[in-house]
Write a protein that binds this ligand. Structure first.
Ligand code: IVH
Length: 706
């Protein structure tokens, strides 16, 4: 029976809904099933458990029964059909009859390791068996997808199967056929060995991060249950009964290993196997490397641990394999996994925890942001106890309540976010969050400036929280860079009303600071010193430090360069500003509004009196092969972020623009380049790789690379 197979495949039990006889219990005898909204909610809940959590609570037959009931109701009362009714979605058909497939050789898993020491121990164990033989290692990302075996007979794709319990999987051939990145016929695209009679490759079905985001966005617009991560979306897509539905899912396939191969002995190393796959038009994992020593192997794993976010697909670790097939044979297998390979696992970027409370934070422009206070949990290698909820609409969208169990995600440097609520964990004691009527910091009545805006704000410019956040922004490294003016100091300065605006910072005396808690002589001296040093900062930094709405770091430096002094900028009209390509009408209006205010005028006068620099130093551009060149980046860069690359271009006197035009000098194409590359080709613009770009940078004068 199909459901039993699903159980086996996922290794999870449906304890709660199956009786000892194997028949579904009468547990879900739902009251009011004829009421359409109750039914719809119930179906949505089961969709969520099935597709998102991978933990179905009812059998497929029961589920089909619910759908049928709703369909019958809606047929009788067509006016009751809502746009978001589960009957209006295509994913209604569920799998219950994928045929079992016995794997010719078991699809085993890998032993997981979590530290450098464990990798070295594995290597030592291998050395014990291999003696003094020299080894090579194949190291590649561990794709966070769904394992799948593809069988080719005489070069023709004949069978696609899931891993199942490793011995027996499920036949998902029609669904696999919809994956465009897997060839239906193997063709030799380059000089290579003849295609064997039987060639079974194994690999990972996955969805790229970008496509996953877009896909979930579409589900969100339809009001459906979101997928927690790309892996769940891939698993759900492969399990579709109707391959037409699977065909609409952005699935991809990477080969990473093999099952049975019959015919001539075609390769004697993993690397050779991968090369042959490529020559047959099968996609192998990018960034696979042959390492000559365990140290090089570990370094490569660590590199990707740091850079995992830059990859276009989710990875949960690295896989290390001994390259030589002869050595693999000597090492052999345990019952569960090969001795010739291991997985080095990274810390998970998702975790579930309890949301203890929702507090409201006031930003420097008065915008109120709800923040979730969480039961501390490790996620992505750090302990997380708070997470932004972005805005009040997000609370509604997630239907998150105080006391809920939530799934959080932390990708790289990004602040952790609440992805979804685990509704099955609800006890009924959760509390719905109420939007406050007043600012939690100054008690002013909060406002929504425009009806269409999602943000609420505190309208009081003297709100201490707003002042504190503006001061922190003013002092931060990218702005006036005042070391020592951090959270604790600012909080006390504002609370004691010693600082009410930016200019007050420059009137602070040593004896004022001595009144602050935990403020020792040396610290006072250092803070006064860095306040004085900050007076010399460039105009561009000062403009950025003001925190003018819509004016970021880049716009501030454009303004400073174009106008040279603050007095010139103060006099600029909207027309003057919008004549600058980087400045749009919204930003221009915001700048003019800022400088038209009497308070701004007073502030600038006081800052001038304190001796602050109000001019932009004329930078002498370093002459390089990028000087006055217009460069466009497309795709993802491996060695640095896009913004760091753009900064480098600017430092070398070039201009990094976002659109390709006939004036573009060259385009740097990273991984998965977008439409800009197509446009560049059309316009015959020079295209260079990231490596070539790095070469140019390296040859340029005195630029520290990283
Ligand atoms: S090699 C004996 N390479 O990780 C298995 N597996 O527990 C040899 N996986 O479900 C597999 N990325 O599907 C290998 N680059 C990679 C992989 C990879 C992901 C999956 C694999 C299996 C699990 C291993």
């Amino acid at each position: 029976m199909g459901t039993v197979l699903i159980l086996r495949m996922k290794g999870k039990k449906l304890k709660s809904v199956w009786s000892h006889s194997g028949q579904p219990k009468e547990k879900n005898s739902h009251k009011n099933q004829n009421r359409p909204h109750t039914l719809r909610e119930e179906i949505r809940h089961h969709d969520y458990m099935y597709y998102v959590m991978n933990q179905p609570e009812i059998s497929d037959t029961e589920y089909d029964g619910l759908i049928k009931k709703l369909e019958e109701y809606e047929k009788k009362y067509p006016e009751s059909v809502t746009e978001d009714s589960p009957t209006q979605r295509i994913i209604g058909q569920r799998t219950n009859e994928f045929a079992p497939v016995k794997h010719a050789t078991p699809m085993l898993s890998l032993t997981n390791t979590y530290s450098e020491e464990e990798i070295r121990e594995w290597d030592k164990r291998a050395n014990k068996i291999l003696g003094n033989e020299k080894k090579e290692y194949i190291v590649e990302p561990k794709i966070d997808g769904v394992s799948c075996a593809l069988r080719y007979e005489k070069g023709k794709f004949v069978l696609g199967a899931t891993r199942g319990d490793g011995e027996t999987g499920e036949d998902i051939t029609p669904n696999v056929k919809t994956i465009r990145s897997m060839p239906l016929t193997l063709t030799k695209v380059s000089e290579s060995t003849d295609i064997p009679n039987l060639f079974e490759v194994r690999g990972e079905v996955y969805i790229t991060k970008k496509e996953f985001k877009e896909f979930n966005e579409k589900i969100k617009q339809r009001g459906g249950a979101l997928f927690a991560n790309p892996r769940n979306a891939s698993a759900g897509s492969l399990r579709q009964k109707n391959p037409l539905v699977t065909a609409q899912r952005p699935l991809n396939f990477f080969v990473h290993s093999y099952g049975v191969i019959e015919g001539k002995k075609v390769f004697d190393s993993e690397w050779e196997f991968l090369r042959i796959c490529k020559s047959y038009n099968l996609r192998t994992i990018d960034n696979t490397k042959v390492c000559k020593s365990i140290d090089e192997t570990i370094d490569y794993c660590k590199k990707y641990e740091k850079e995992r976010d830059a990859l276009p697909y989710a990875i949960d670790g690295m896989v290390i394999k001994i390259n030589s097939i002869a050595q693999q044979k000597k090492l052999g297998w345990t019952m569960k996994s090969p001795r010739w390979a291991i997985a080095y696992k990274f810390s998970a970027i998702q975790a579930t925890t309890t949301l203890k409370n929702i507090v409201v934070q006031v930003g420097r422009t008065g915008i109120l942001t709800p923040v979730a206070e969480l039961e501390p949990v490790e996620c992505g290698g750090v302990l997380i106890s708070r997470s932004t909820l972005h805005n009040f609409d997000e609370i509604k969208r997630l239907d998150v309540r105080i006391g809920d169990t939530v799934l959080i995600e932390r990708a790289g440097e990004v602040i952790p976010k609440v992805v979804m609520v685990v509704k099955t964990k609800r006890t009924g004691n959760e509390k719905i969050f109420k939007l406050p009527e007043r600012c939690p910091e100054c008690n002013s009545v909060i406002v929504k400036e425009k009806e269409e805006e999602v943000a609420y704000r505190c309208p009081n410019p003297s709100c201490p929280a707003q002042i504190a956040r503006s001061l922190l922004h003013f002092a931060k490294r990218e702005a006036m860079d005042i070391e020592g003016l951090g959270d604790a100091v600012v909080e006390q300065l504002v609370e004691k009303k010693m600082v009410k605006d930016f200019a007050d910072i420059y009137s602070l005396k040593e004896n004022d600071l001595a009144k602050l808690e935990l403020f020792k002589d040396k610290k006072i001296e250092n803070l006064i010193k860095s306040i004085n040093e900050s007076k010399k900062r460039s105009l561009s930094r000062l403009l950025y430090a003001f925190g003018i709405r819509h004016v970021g770091e880049k716009a501030s430096s454009v303004l400073a360069e174009k106008f040279g002094t603050i007095d010139n900028l103060t006099k600029a009209s909207i027309e003057d500003l919008t004549s600058i390509p980087e400045i749009g009408p919204v930003m221009a209006e915001s700048i003019v509004n800022f400088f038209n205010q009497e308070e701004t005028d007073k502030l600038i006068k006081r800052l001038k009196q304190s001796g602050l620099n109000m001019e932009e130093e004329i930078k002498e551009k370093k002459s390089s092969s990028l000087t006055d060149r217009k460069i466009v980046f497309t795709g993802e860069l491996k060695s640095m972020t896009r913004s760091d690359a753009e900064k480098l271009v600017h430092e070398l006197g070039g201009d990094a623009t976002s659109n390709v035009s006939k004036n573009t000098d060259f385009v740097v194409a990273g991984e998965n380049p977008g439409s800009k590359l197509t446009k560049a080709k059309k316009l015959n613009i020079k295209i260079i790789s990231e490596e070539e770009f790095l070469e140019i940078i390296k040859k340029s004068p005195s630029i520290p690379l990283f």
